[in-house]
Design a binder for this molecule. Structure first.
Ligand code: PLP
Length: 405
């Protein structure tokens, strides 16, 4: 095997990413080790994906067992792991039916196609408008990136699909102003993740549901990032007293094995009749076997209780550290999806803070240029949170003494 380093990336990879200087080669629980054997605490989870940490023993054995049995069939034949996972997800949520795919973008693509087809078959071709929110993120396919509300991600990719309206998040009056009979769906993240870890208010979430009902539009919850225990409940909608018509998820669902899902009701599922949509890998037995174990582990009350307890521990100490070093004064989010919006003096420098933390052996994330994002494993221990916070504080100390005050 030839040796590869970070500089290999620049030689052979399309430059759409700018990965860190280190290359992790092994993980265990909430820890990672790089090529040089340096150890890191993981408060990023590969962007809120590895919710049960790295090398979870149950996931390892489930994956190995399924790998020895059957890898792939396509949807010309169904398979036991997919059926078990669909049964589990429908038992645990509002949904009656599941469509499997391989990523968050594909789950949203399916949801938007369902909404369009529902609109056109139930009401006529005029009912095709999708409403979403500025700073939303729904994936990188052309349709999902267009529905997402960040112009920097669509620039240069025109012509974009039409029939999409954007309004301000958490602004019910703005939403009401763009609602009419042409709207087939409103799509929202209960917590805008990439857009800065910004939770919907309860009044807003309930108001969106009411407007969808009034204008006969579907309510689509994008829980790609908030789902699978990240928010402190299996899905975040449970905490808003709102039931969506369609829910999409991915990220944490496979604990690191790629899988996405769209969940919906019996009444709507029929819109995607035989032949209307599909995916070769969707419902792949390896992915579904792992995800079934992930969801079973995450739905345990002890695990969800740990999310709440570690979130309280993390936010309390983070707010002290943020205030002490003047980086930020508050945190926001839900469960173990925590954002720290940087103070004016540090605006635009989230990446610098992440790099300083990496130098101290802690991996965290940005959510845009002005917000730090903390997304540790849902089963992280109290001691690992405390150690990560010590490393974070050291990074803040280094950064602030190095900066001109
Ligand atoms: C990450 C993310 C997506 C896109 O998921 P991919 O698996 O990268 O396609 C969509 N919506 C939200 C809310 C996300 O956080």
């Amino acid at each position: 095997m030839s040796s590869v380093t970070r500089s290999t990336f620049d030689e052979v990879m399309v430059p759409n990413y700018q990965p860190a200087a280190l290359i992790p080669v092994r993980g265990q629980g909430s820890r990672l080790w790089d090529q040089q054997g340096r150890e890191y605490l993981d408060f990023a989870c590969g962007i809120a994906v590895t919710g049960l940490g790295h090398a979870h023993p149950r996931l390892l054995s489930v994956l190995a067992e399924q790998a020895g049995r059957l890898w792939h069939l396509s949807n010309v034949m169904t398979n036991e792991p997919a059926l078990r996972l669909a049964r589990r997800l429908t038992d645990l949520t509002f949904a009656d039916k599941v469509f499997f795919c391989n990523s968050g973008a594909e789950a949203n693509e399916a949801a938007f196609k369902l909404a369009r087809r529902w609109g056109s078959t139930q009401f006529g071709p005029h009912k095709s408008t999708i409403v979403s929110f500025y700073n939303a993120f729904h994936g990188r396919t052309l349709f999902t990136v267009s529905v997402g509300g960040q112009a920097k991600y669509t620039k240069g990719f025109e012509p974009l699909p039409g029939g999409i309206r954007h309004v301000a998040f958490n602004d019910l009056a703005a939403l009401e102003a763009v609602m009419d009979d042409s709207v087939c769906a409103v799509v929202m993240e209960p917590v805008q993740g990439e857009g800065g870890v910004l939770p919907a208010t309860r009044e807003f979430a309930q108001g969106v549901r009411a407007l969808c009902d009034r204008f006969k539009a579907l309510l689509v919850y994008d829980e790609v990032q908030t789902g699978n225990g990240r928010s402190g409940t299996l899905f975040a909608y449970e905490q808003y007293g709102v039931t969506p018509d369609v829910l999409t998820t991915a990220k944490g669902l496979g604990g690191g094995f790629p899988i996405g899902a769209m969940l919906t009701t019996d009444a709507l599922a029929g819109v995607l009749a035989f032949g209307t949509h599909g995916s070769t890998y969707g419902g792949n037995p390896l992915a579904c076997a792992v995800a079934d174990a992930v969801v079973e582990e995450i739905a345990r009350p002890e695990l969800l209780r740990n999310v709440g307890e570690r979130a309280a521990q993390l936010t309390a100490r983070l707010e002290e550290i943020g205030a002490r070093y003047g980086l930020f004064s508050t945190t926001r989010g839900m469960g173990l999806l925590i954002g720290a919006p940087l103070s004016d003096a540090w605006k635009g420098r989230a990446k610098d803070v992440v790099n300083a933390a990496l130098a101290e052996g802690l991996w965290l994330l940005v959510a845009g240029p002005d917000v730090l994002r903390f997304a540790p494993a849902l089963n992280i221990s109290e001691a690992d949170v405390a150690e990560g916070l010590r490393r974070f504080e050291r990074a803040c100390a280094v950064l602030t003494s190095a900066s001109p005050s």
